[in-house]
Write a protein that binds this ligand. Sequence first.
Ligand SMILES: NC(=O)c1ccc[n+]([C@@H]2O[C@H](COP(=O)([O-])OP(=O)(O)OC[C@H]3O[C@@H](n4cnc5c(N)ncnc54)[C@H](OP(=O)(O)O)[C@@H]3O)[C@@H](O)[C@H]2O)c1
Length: 245
Amino acid sequence: MSNSKLLDGKIALVSGCNRGIGRAILHTFLENGAIVYAIARTHGSLNDFESCPNCKPTYMDVTDSSAVKSIFMRIKKEQGRLDVLVNNAGMMKDALIGMISKEQIEQTYSVNVFAVIEMIQYASKFFKRQQSGVIINLASIMGVNGNPGQLLYSSTKGAIVTLTKSAAKELAPYKIRVNAIAPGAIDTDMLRSIGEDNVSKLLKNIYSGKLGVAEDVAKTALFLASDLSEYVTGQIIGVDGGMIV
Ligand SMILES: NC(=O)c1ccc[n+]([C@@H]2O[C@H](COP(=O)([O-])OP(=O)(O)OC[C@H]3O[C@@H](n4cnc5c(N)ncnc54)[C@H](OP(=O)(O)O)[C@@H]3O)[C@@H](O)[C@H]2O)c1
């Protein structure tokens, strides 16, 4: 039996790696043989990966255009190629219609949408030259179905759904695959920020009767990053345990 791993030798760039879903994706990709440029905002938040030579911590804000350009230049210099981009970093601030500030709109769109488009543009330059590459975006079940109180967040994730489909169509001729994961309720800081009462209400709408864990999403990201999904593109894959919204 072969000892090869699903991502052996692949170079990946993953955002939001210090906690939650991003951290689980980082662990899973490293375990499966990838070299991961791991983006985190807070300096030192990836110190526990210091002894892992395949983890390359990169401290930056994804809304900082010059930092985004620099990380792609660094990967080009150090590796000469990139195989997988995971746009995981995201934020959620809920407010009812009429209470959403301009500042919240700008901040949420900057992180959840504008930064993603910028990352895709840089990555696709690598990928077109190589005639290969994988992009995985984090959407949300709320971006597919909408939800009261989540106009802002759900609209940013709706943008992720459609930009994923457009990018998949435009980039398929270059052998570049683009897919999104649409998680339901995954037990991370983001989910817990809605309060225990709201988490309990959400649970009642999940047929499997439990919250997801970050590793559930990471396993789907592994499938999408690997050659197991080589004929899968333009898809929005729900990871929601049978959630109704
Ligand atoms: N958890 C869920 O139930 C759920 C459901 C659907 C979709 N999602 C999506 O899945 C992704 C990960 O969610 P999560 O639950 O793991 O969220 P989380 O626990 O809140 O973690 C968010 C991550 O994004 C990073 N981040 C936010 N803004 C950033 C910025 N400007 N620059 C760099 N990094 C930034 C955070 O870094 P800091 O630590 O520095 O803040 C953190 O690492 C998000 O896109 C989210 O919308 C989650």
